[in-house]
Design a protein around this ligand. Structure first.
Ligand SMILES: *Cc1c(COP(=O)(O)O)cnc(C)c1O
Length: 637
């Protein structure tokens, strides 16, 4: 598993999702579990689980019951009357897996202690009206095939063999955290990514056992609280988007796109129009759009955008007509990926409908719409939302993501089902995720966010997000060229600044991005959607003084570029400056250490020291740079 050094891998046509949707936080948690317990600890845990399973098997066999798994690790498959067992078990607050009328699955884990084992045994004793012998069971045999037991060593790296106390683990995690330039240090203005506040009050319920210690497949009547919360969230999202129904199943924006397009396909099929498989996508779209369309079995036809960043009206009108017999959908991002509200959006969506197509709106950036306009208002039929952007779920190394789709009435019947618990409509497409409501736990964050802000608060958040973006535009206008703005000279919630003119001085956009780290800021999105530019999205969460600090840094960098002093240009090329570099006894750069590390007064108060200098962009993406032991050490492994 590799966690790359950059969050933004959008890269237009070769895009991947945000790393939150790769469930990074969960992977980190699993990794830390291994760090804490190490290979020895994990083995002890596994052995105890297995021995408890064997113990339980023996006790159940004592009662005359039959266990069907010849080999097993933690899961028994017991023959008994499922109906009787279920009624007794549920009275005791125990859930088993009921395969059929007389086959019951029981899984043991490391939290299953002796009292839980007794409880399980007791349920079966009641069912067969018999007591098991009180003899202590000596477990002497493993039920894992000898051939398959592992002999080789594992987790040999020192990280997995060092931090086995809570104090040590805490310091280890802290040392890693210090290497991250995160939202708890300064604003992260990643355009198209909405790095907003994840309020403590919204996050709090996630650690409550009643929410977190519940299995996604418990009988639905045992999760009435969850049902209430999820239903309310669906209703809230229906109202916000202006649509009729919502599915919370997809775990990312990209997965939402895929689900939405599958729903559109199912709709066309239900009308006997199986031939409709053309998906129009503007060239400015987020790279996940064409990828999702291809996965959903559609053929992508690219629509041009004009120099203002708007969809080329003539091109879309012509292509929609040309493909009218097979037109499945238009995927459109609004406000556009260039950060502009396109004023002819309704004209565009109508055109698609006239030719029998459906309109999919990429609603990842609802932060510029909530309360002011809506996907339904602009004439879309489906949209996904990124709850991990607009609706306050953390992402960018956190997650997991939630990318629900909201649909108009005529598409409701096709929302995705789940094989174990019924979800979706009457003509539901098959499930998109394993769990019926996706990452249900983190939905609490968005639920809390919407509840606490209320309608007027949500609208105000949108207004401030747009205002903040336009404030930055005004402040940076003299220093940088702002690429796109709407008819009124305004941007939506984000703006793009052009860094290509600096190529004359041999300064690239990445030099500015790296120099920002010296000022204590994470770079905005780089080279998306236009190569050589930066896309800045402040969100409503940042106050004026933080936004001003960011603008001061950007203007100061612009002055470094404009000074035409070779020393300044060298400083930009060398950025970011590590502590090691600045404190090195040999300093032979043509600029001062002070200027390199503390370019503005405010930097002194809250200095961030990057732990590495540059990792070459593309090279770094393509070649895993491992900070582990040298390769030679693995030769014998
Ligand atoms: C973030 C984003 C996506 C993809 O969302 P993921 O959750 O990363 O899959 C799609 N479209 C737009 C416009 C986005 O900003």
């Amino acid at each position: 598993m590799a966690l790359q050094t950059r969050e933004q891998h959008i890269k237009r046509d070769r895009a991947t999702s945000n790393i939150c949707t790769a469930q990074v936080l969960l992977a980190v948690m699993a990794g830390m579990y291994a760090v804490y317990h190490g290979p020895k600890g994990l083995k002890v845990i596994a052995k105890n689980i297995h021995l408890n399973a064997v113990k339980l098997e023996k006790k159940l066999e004592d009662l005359g019951l039959k266990q069907l798994n010849r080999y097993y690790f933690d899961t028994l498959c017991v023959q008994a009357d499922a109906k009787i067992i279920k009624s007794i078990a549920e009275k005791d607050n125990v859930n088993f897996l009921y395969f059929d009328k007389h086959t019951i699955g029981i899984s043991i884990n490391e939290t299953t202690d002796d009292s839980s084992l007794l409880k399980i045994l007791n349920i079966f004793e009641q069912a067969v009206k018999q007591k098991s012998s009180s003899e202590k069971i000596e477990v002497d045999s493993f039920r894992i095939p000898v051939k398959q037991s592992r002999k080789s060593s594992f987790l040999t790296h020192k990280t997995f063999n060092t931090y086995h106390s809570e104090t040590a683990l805490m310091r280890y995690i802290k040392s890693l955290e210090r290497k991250d330039l995160a939202l708890n240090h300064s604003m992260i203005s990643l355009g198209s990514c909405t790095m907003k506040l994840n309020a403590a009050a919204e996050m709090l319920p996630l650690s409550w056992a009643k929410w977190s210690n519940i299995h996604p497949f418990v009988p639905i009547e045992q999760a009435a609280g969850y049902q209430f919360m999820l239903k309310s969230l669906e209703a809230q999202l229906n109202e916000i988007t202006g649509f009729a129904a919502t599915s919370l199943q997809p775990n990312s924006g990209a997965q939402g796109e895929y689900s939405g397009l599958m729903v559109i396909s199912a709709y066309h099929h239900s009308r006997g129009e199986q031939n409709r498989n053309i998906c129009l996508i503007p060239s400015s779209a987020h790279g996940t759009n064409p990828a999702s369309a291809v996965m959903a079995g559609m053929k992508v036809v690219v629509i041009k955008t004009d120099e203002m960043g708007n969809i080329d009206w003539l091109d879309i009108a012509q292509k929609a007509e040309e493909h009218k017999d097979n037109l499945a959908a238009l995927m459109i991002t609004y406000p556009s990926t260039h950060g502009v509200f396109e004023s002819n959006i309704r004209q565009i969506t109508k055109k698609i409908h006239d030719f029998g197509g459906q309109v999919y709106m990429d609603g990842a950036n609802m932060n510029a719409q909530v309360g002011l306009t809506s996907p339904a208002m602009i004439g879309a039929d489906v949209c996904h939302l990124n709850l991990h952007k607009t609706f306050a779920i953390p992402h960018g190394g956190g997650g997991p993501g939630v990318g629900p789709i909201c649909v108009a009435k005529h598409l409701e019947a096709f929302l995705p089902n789940n094989p174990l618990i019924k979800t979706g409509g009457e003509n539901a497409i098959s499930s998109i995720s394993g769990a019926p409501w996706g990452s249900a736990l983190v939905c609490l964050i968005s639920y809390g966010y919407i509840k606490m802000l209320g309608a007027s608060g949500l609208k105000r958040a949108t207004e401030i997000a747009i205002l903040n973006s336009n404030y930055i535009k005004k402040r940076l206008e003299g220093a940088y060229e702002i690429l796109f703005s709407g008819e009124n000279g305004r941007t939506a919630h984000e703006l793009i600044i052009d860094c290509r003119p600096f190529k004359k001085q041999n300064i690239e956009v990445v030099d500015i991005a790296k120099r920002l780290i010296d000022y204590g800021f994470h770079a905005p999105t780089v080279s998306f959607p236009v190569a050589g530019t930066m896309m800045i999205e402040p969100t409503e969460s940042e106050n004026l003084s933080e936004i001003d600090r960011f603008c001061d840094a950007m203007i100061s960098i612009r002055m470094e570029i404009g000074s035409n002093d070779d020393a300044d240009l060298a400083m930009l090329k060398n950025a970011p400056h590590t502590l090691q570099m600045i404190t090195c006894d040999h300093w032979n750069h043509p600029y001062s250490r002070q200027k390199a590390a503390f370019p503005l007064e405010f930097v002194k108060e809250n200095k961030f020291w990057p732990s590495v200098r540059r990792v070459d962009e593309t090279f770094g993406d393509r070649n895993l740079i491992c900070s582990c032991e040298p390769v030679e050490n693995y030769i014998n492994a």
